[in-house]
Design a protein around this ligand. Sequence first.
Ligand code: PGA
Length: 446
Amino acid sequence: MLDIISFIQTIGYVGIFLVVFVESGVIFGFFFPGDSLLFTAGFLASQGLMNIWVLICGTVVAAVLGVSVGYAFGLKVGPMIFKKEDSLFFHKDNLEHTKHFYDKYGKKAIILARFMPGVRTFAPILAGVGKMDYRSFISYNIIGGLLWGAGLPLAGYYLGNSIPNVDKYLLPIVLLIIFLSVLPTVVHILSEKQSRDKIRNFAKQIMDKRVKLLAFNWKMNPETLDEALKLAKNSDFKNAVVIPPFIFIEEVSKILKNARLGAQNVSGKNSAGGAMTGEISAAELVNLGVKYVIVGHSERRAMGETDELISQKLQNVLDNNLIPIFCVGESYGERKVGKEKDVVERQIHSALSILKLSAKNNQLIIAYEPVWAIGTGNNCSPEDALKMIKFIKNILNSTLSISNVRVLYGGSVNPQNIKDFLKYKEIDGVLVGGASLKPEGFYDII
Ligand code: PGA
């Protein structure tokens, strides 16, 4: 609170008018605290620290001018603006929200948008893009400027004068003003299904990133459905992905309440109803409720899967909105001669460089699984795993321009050593084989 007051005192009248001018139609989507700023300035005026009339007159003029500049800009750039890429000051979403706002309120939007941060900056620009008749534009602009530019300082001024010891309550009052000023924007955004979906997906992505993943690869186990169901019940942790053999997937999916479902393999071909004896398609997995698929596991590479086939499988998985857990890792011999980074880099490049990843790269998960550590009880040291995972993230970022990929470690992870891996923020989870058949051991860790 005191910060806003000292901020206002530092920037003075000129600063306030400049903020109002800029926020009114010049800098796209930039979130200046216009409402709380004016309210607090009005309050300062009530305490004799500013002149209310100078404040109001200057604010109204700056607001009307800012909006006019936005309008002129909109006239000049026209519909081209919808093609502009997102940047720090420009968010297409804000532009789209403002457009819907116009569709809903027509010309009155110029007045209403005044009271909605975020939409405020775009309203005059869109009025220009839509070539709104200048006379009606200027009248709505002046009415909006007067209501907002005079209303907010006067509200602060009035409160300052009418409530004894108001300075004690100023913090909650300004917080309330900030809350009320963003409320209409928030309500407007939430009223659209598309925006709600975007927010939900975004939140889900953040949650997914923060939570360390525990992928349980059962491999060719167990032998009976009863055992599989028991295992599923005991593995049903919130951050787990349970990956049974194909034959158990459907029944396991009925047991899981918290964990998500994965598959150990998928066909590289995507032919619906195709002649592919023994293969399982990505579409079939989707219909069973599968979300994750292991691709390129070293045990399958050893059975003859090539980089090319692995790449086809990855594309297929992504095209069906499944999340691949793409395994890479060197053999013992390769590590012994110091070639581990070269091998992993080659595996990543040969599989990913031909993929069309752009829109879906957030989905990708990589598991670093040194072959010599799988099923041997001889895990890679957490420090070496960390080094490799940082290296992988670096390759993805610098040479393939893919960011935000989660990278797991796999290879003899068990309840005793899991924490040594998960303590590093760069290690986003683990892929567990043998130890996943005794999930009870992970209870008190998760
Ligand atoms: P492991 O297997 O935990 O038994 O070493 C890991 C894996 O194959 O993914």
